[in-house]
Design a protein around this ligand. Structure first.
Ligand code: NAD
Ligand code: WQD
Length: 354
């Protein structure tokens, strides 16, 4: 059992990972500025992990703060140590993730994603905590030269968001190569995280209009939006729509647990792993799977391609299986069933009493 700092733990992937880590017996300290999430998500995490109010105060502590606030981070690590419960490891989800926004606001993205990570690493180093799981992204592969994509594929991001993730990975490689290296680091390159906890209590709740396919089509199915725009019907794929590797967020959460176990059990190392299913699904296949799961029709229009999309991205997940003994357990139908359980029980996301 470890004491873990979870940055961005109230967000989509962080909240699901918190449930898995609490159920595994770890004690969590979540740091989030709630710029893209709500503390309500963590209340539901606590309920899902069956924590009563007394154990919750120890097992799931929540702090509102910004990862760029160096003094705040220092105080957080110091306080944990002075209370006799030092932080053993960090899972670092906090960051900004909207590709289009990153093109409009590159300085903001470099600041939160790179400066924020650098501040966190500084605080960890100063307080003798050298175990880190970092949220990286398949966005690093840009337009991949071939699929499935192994971790050795060229790193060629095509937008500021991707550049900022690549820069953090480079910083982590530099740390791992430093003379006094004590670091145990896992860079996990997620493919397309979707779905929700099967209880329907927590899920993805984007602010404003969703940028991504899955939350958009869920909101169409539940009646919050009229129809889905399918970006491009003339891609070189079997039905003309883009193919992606959609990974159930609970599989992803379990991947973090496996990565953490591996880091804590072994000497210093830098693990760089794809987390994906290895299976591709087209946009229309996702739409039809969601229609089956929800029993609702999802009206859609085929429109022009979206700038910056690749025709096909699918992970080669073999290395994660070899190093962590981890592979996805849930398929597209499970993803749609659980995504619909969340969306139908919470049509307005966390604004619903749920
Ligand atoms: P999310 O926005 O739901 O969660 C991120 C959390 O970080 C939010 O709770 C937000 O409030 C918090 N946060 C943002 N800036 C902060 C700051 N300066 N200080 C403290 N907290 C801050 O996103 P998510 O989908 O859960 O993604 C988690 C991580 O995984 C991100 O780093 C993202 O780039 C990466 N990732 C996500 C995807 C995806 O498609 N969801 C794919 C690959 C990688
Ligand atoms: C999937 C497919 C769209 C919306 C993004 C980021 C990536 C990573 C995961 C963070 C594509 C199509 C979408 C819509 C559509 N995030 N689509 N209509 O672009 O594969 O990956 O999330 O690291 O960096 O780029 O995901 O869900 O936006 O799109 O037709 O309204 O759905 O064209 O083919 P993407 P997505």
């Amino acid at each position: 059992m470890a004491r873990l700092l979870i940055t961005g733990g109230a967000g989509f992937i962080g909240s699901h990972t918190c449930v898995v880590l609490l159920q595994a017996g770890h004690n969590l300290l979540v740091l989030d500025d709630f710029s893209n999430s709500t503390p309500l998500a963590l209340k539901r995490v606590s309920a899902l992990a069956q924590l009563d109010s007394q154990s919750s105060q120890v097992r799931l502590q929540v702090r509102r703060g910004d990862i760029r606030d160096q003094a705040y981070l220092d105080a957080l690590f110091s306080k944990a140590a002075s209370e006799g419960a030092p932080i053993d490891a960090v899972i670092h989800f906090a960051g900004l993730k909207a590709v289009g926004e990153s093109v409009r606001e590159p300085l903001h993205y470099w600041d939160v994603n790179l400066t924020g990570s650098r501040c966190l690493l500084d605080a960890m180093n100063a307080h003798g905590c050298h175990t880190l799981v970092f949220s990286s992204s398949a966005t690093l592969y840009g337009y991949p030269e071939r699929v499935p994509i192994p971790e050795t594929a060229p790193i060629q991001p095509i937008n500021p968001y991707g550049h900022s993730k690549a820069a953090v990975e480079q910083l982590l490689q530099d740390l791992a190569a430093s003379a006094a290296n004590q670091w145990r680091i896992a860079c996990l390159r997620y493919f397309n995280p979707v779905g929700a906890h099967p209880s329907g209590k927590i899920g993805e709740d984007p602010l404003g209009t969703p940028n991504n396919l899955f939350p958009f089509l869920s909101q169409v199915a539940v009646g919050r939006r009229e129809s889905l725009q399918v970006f491009g019907g003339d891609w070189p794929t079997s039905d003309g729509t883009c193919i992606r590797d959609y990974i159930h967020v609970m599989d992803l959460a379990e991947g973090h647990q496996a990565a953490l176990d591996c880091l804590l059990a072994e000497p210093t190392q830098l693990l760089t792993l794809n987390l994906g299913s290895g299976q591709g699904a087209s946009v229309l296949e996702v739409v039809h799977a969601f229609e089956r799961a929800s029993g609702r029709q999802v009206p859609y229009d085929l429109v022009a391609r979206r700038d910056g999309d690749a025709a096909i991205t699918v992970a080669d997940p073999a290395l994660a299986l070899q190093r962590l003994g981890w592979q996805t357990q849930r398929d597209l139908d499970d993803i749609c069933r659980d995504g619909w359980a969340w969306q139908s029980a919470n049509p307005a996301g966390y604004n619903d009493p749920g």
